[in-house]
Design a protein around this ligand. Structure first.
Ligand code: URA
Length: 207
């Protein structure tokens, strides 16, 4: 099975993790992606946001949530009363997975599979251990499945505070939809309001 495990450092802080992740070849996604996009934010952040995988812009810039979905997320967080600058943001999968389309070979996002999610799991576990957030905001189905298993259904648990053991530690989580789903929604305004409402539950849980 694919796994990032051999690429993890024996010890070290987030910086050591980030440096090691840059050379991860734990699954085939590193071949076509430009670079590893590791999590970003303060090591003492109270809240960790977990997305799916870097998109086109993130792959180019090397930082999570800097593209259109990230802009929308920042706006929603601020509206919910969570300072985006005080959150740690990361993804379940740390390389961009895509197919090429059209004459120009535009890169089209492709959802990561279970094998890639599992392979990348050790990085997410290490980030959780290093940051020890008080709350995890789960952005969409991929993050949910990566953290809580394949039975995760975002529609069933969004906007609620879950208490689950993850990698042997008790965690509090608030799942919500992925900001990209808001951008794709027929009724974008309603979808955005839903995201903000869920993030307000997270803000409340943070106290
Ligand atoms: N979507 C994600 O899930 N993560 C990013 O970093 C950007 C878009």
């Amino acid at each position: 099975a694919y796994t990032a495990a051999p690429f993890l450092p024996d010890r070290g802080d987030l910086t050591a993790l980030r440096e090691a992740a840059a050379g991860c070849r734990g699954c085939p996604l590193h071949r076509d992606a430009t670079r590893t996009v590791f999590g970003a934010g303060a090591a003492d952040a109270r809240v960790m946001l977990v997305g799916e995988q870097p998109g086109d812009q993130e792959d180019r810039q090397g930082k999570p949530f800097v593209g259109p979905a990230g802009k929308l997320l920042d706006r929603a967080l601020a509206e919910a009363g969570i300072d985006p600058g005080e959150a740690y943001v990361t993804n379940a999968v740390k390389h961009f997975k895509f197919t090429r389309s059209g004459a120009r070979g535009r890169r089209i996002h492709k959802a990561p599979g279970v094998r890639e999610m599992k392979a990348c799991g050790p990085w997410l576990a290490a980030e959780l251990a290093a940051v020890e957030p008080e709350l995890i905001v789960v952005l969409g189905a991929t993050a949910g499945k990566a953290l809580l298993g394949s039975s995760f259904r975002v529609t069933q648990v969004r906007g609620t505070v879950l208490e689950e053991e993850i990698h042997g530690r008790p965690e509090r989580l608030v799942p919500t939809v992925h900001p990209s789903a808001v951008l794709r929604a027929d009724d974008r305004e309603a979808a955005y309001r839903g995201l903000v409402a869920d993030l307000k539950i997270a803000a409340q849980a943070l106290g």
